[in-house]
Design a protein around this ligand. Structure first.
Ligand SMILES: [Zn+2]
Length: 572
């Protein structure tokens, strides 16, 4: 391999980093040395022992799976404040504190949930979880809907792609019925739509979150997405796994009021209802891929729901720490991960109930803390660095969304957000996996930084799953902040031992057995050298951007370029 020589150098450096306490003091960051070294040539300093120690603590039973609104969640916040404090960072939260309060609700639709489609006067009752999965993110005790249904196709309003599914339709107080994914996902190469939405790669228009938001902006009462396994990227079992339950941040005033009811409709039910009404789902799918398609009200079809809802309110917190910039402190480079995990669930075969989220995302949090430690020990940067630990990622990116609805640091002067969400624990790799290829210039930073480690960038292997839209960095992206994500399940790494096959096997084992389960536990046998390489990459990029006057941009064709351009004056 071309990269053999630098890789050996890197391995040596990381092996040193894993050594005894004496070696630890011997490699105390030396500012004078670091000052002389150009970008990418600082010593490897991310410490695998420290990473392991932090994960071991956060994934212990004492933290109870770190669910927001629980004692374990509050303990996690306290733990992180202490870690950042002892590193000598400054409080980076609201009003000089270490935190940002995130007021939340949990809603649960009570059973029996009464719902039906009415076609020409005939009611077809819908059963929650088997036929439909709906929930609400509004603090309502009861929901009563009886409204016409509008088929909106993929529901994309994408001026930059010269595409609009809505035309003149008025969605106010109606039920919007969507197809999942985006218009060219299933298109053949000779169809006019092919390539307009990145082909198989999912664009934001393909995500259910976009569809619910667009329905809300247009005043719809409810939004239903027809589920399809391949186009959604997961089966009905996943789509319906928490029937009737949802979480939301209270009062994000900058967002449109959400639809009253949102969720998935089983594909077979959709096909049957449409057939009763004289339509064919297959034919509608084809029509929706045509650039001429416009949303239309289904003749003689209405949807009704009479529901009662249990609403709980509670508070959680994002943790924020900062290193102030020397000359341009108002320009902020942000690095973050989420502190929450899945709390306590059903006992597994060994009787374990805590889902400790060791890899997802205690390891990412440990990475953020390690970057903070190493940067604090080095020479100060020109720009500020903000370290974020978000709450409630698993409930829908809520902590990061709350942050962007009410940012402590103005988003237009936030240079970039770098996010860790799951890092692989199978050892050093010859490459780093890029999620969201073609989105922003930060992928060029990633490639440059990786090259200094003798590594290359490999694009994620299943871009149609839309992972780029499924972690906290995305909350920043949708407000225009350029982002980079490292997500250990986005594609198998080319591992030094075992190659790509071993990297893929690690993902298969992790996703198949442990992801969101009790077995996502700390393990003393983890090989964290690969995770340390990835964490070091982000440290290099933060350091480089922190001493730069550069504002990385979205690439042409990114759906987030236009919103960033609106604030261009703030950066000139
Ligand atoms: Zn995660």
């Amino acid at each position: 391999m071309v990269h053999r020589t630098p890789l050996i150098g890197l391995l040596f450096a990381v092996v040193v980093a894993c050594g005894s306490g004496d070696e630890k003091s011997a490699r105390t960051p030396d500012a004078a040395v670091n000052d002389r070294l150009p970008f990418g040539e600082t010593r490897a300093q991310i410490d695998t022992d420290r990473l392991s120690e932090i994960v071991k603590a956060l994934a212990s039973d004492e933290f109870g799976g770190r669910a927001p609104g629980t004692p374990g969640g509050r303990k996690t916040v306290q733990y992180l404040v202490e870690r950042f404090g002892e590193l000598g960072l400054e409080p980076g939260g609201e009003d000089g504190s270490w935190v940002q309060n995130v007021p939340m609700i949990r809603t649960q639709i009570q059973s029996p949930a009464k719902m039906a489609f009415n076609v020409g006067g005939e009611a077809r009752a819908l059963h929650q979880k088997t036929d439909i999965e709906v929930s609400t993110v509004r603090p309502l005790e009861a929901i009563s809907i009886d409204a016409p249904v509008v088929f909106v196709g993929f529901g994309a309003h994408a001026p930059e792609r010269d595409w609009d599914d809505y035309g003149d339709i008025d969605l106010r107080n109606k039920v919007a019925l969507f197809l999942v994914n985006d218009p060219d996902f299933a298109a053949a190469a000779d169809e006019a739509v092919a390539g307009r939405f990145g082909n198989r790669r999912m664009t934001y228009y393909g995500r259910w979150t976009y569809k619910f938001e667009e329905a809300a902006r247009r005043g719809a009462a409810a939004a239903l997405v027809i589920h399809e396994t391949e186009a959604a990227g997961y089966g009905w079992n996943v789509a319906s796994s928490s029937p009737g339950e949802n979480y939301a941040v209270v009062g994000s005033a900058s967002e449109a009021e959400p639809v009253t009811l949102q969720g998935w409709l089983h594909e077979d039910v959709a096909a049957a209802v449409l057939e009763d009404a004289g339509y064919s789902l297959d034919e509608l799918r084809l029509r929706a891929r045509s650039p001429e398609f416009e949303a239309f009200e289904l003749k003689d079809v209405s949807f009704s729901a009479q529901l009662s809802i249990a609403v709980e309110t509670f508070d959680s917190s994002n943790v924020l720490a900062m290193l102030p910039g020397k000359s341009r402190p108002d320009e902020v480079v942000m690095i973050s991960a989420h502190w929450d995990a899945y709390g306590v669930g059903e006992p597994d075969a060994e009787g374990r109930t805590v889902r400790p989220g060791a890899n997802d995302d205690a390891l990412g949090i440990a990475g953020v803390v390690e970057v903070a430690r190493v940067l604090k020990a080095g020479p100060p940067l020109e720009r500020s660095v903000v370290f974020g630990a978000w709450t409630a990622e698993e409930s829908g990116l809520l902590g990061s969304k709350a942050y962007t609805a009410d940012p402590v640091y103005p988003l237009e002067k936030t240079v970039a957000n770098l996010t860790f969400d799951i890092l692989q624990t199978a050892g050093p790799a010859r490459d780093v996996i890029l999620v969201g290829e073609g989105q922003s210039e930060l992928e060029d930073d990633l490639a440059r930084a990786a090259a200094t480690q003798g590594r290359v960038v490999t694009p994620e292997n299943l871009p149609e799953n839309g992972l780029f839209y499924r972690a906290d960095h995305f909350s920043l992206a949708r407000k225009g902040v350029p982002v980079l994500l490292i997500m250990g399940i986005a594609g198998g790494s080319d591992l030094v031992e075992g190659g790509r096959e071993a990297g893929d096997q690690w993902i298969a084992d992790y996703v198949g057995n442990c992801y969101h389960q009790t077995c996502d536990a700390w393990d003393p046998s983890w090989d964290l050298r690969g995770a340390a390489q990835d964490i070091e990459l982000f440290r290099l990029i933060v350091e480089d951007l922190g001493n730069s006057v550069r504002w990385p941009e979205w690439k042409p064709g990114s759906e987030f370029r236009a919103i960033r351009e609106q604030s261009v004056d703030a950066r000139n």
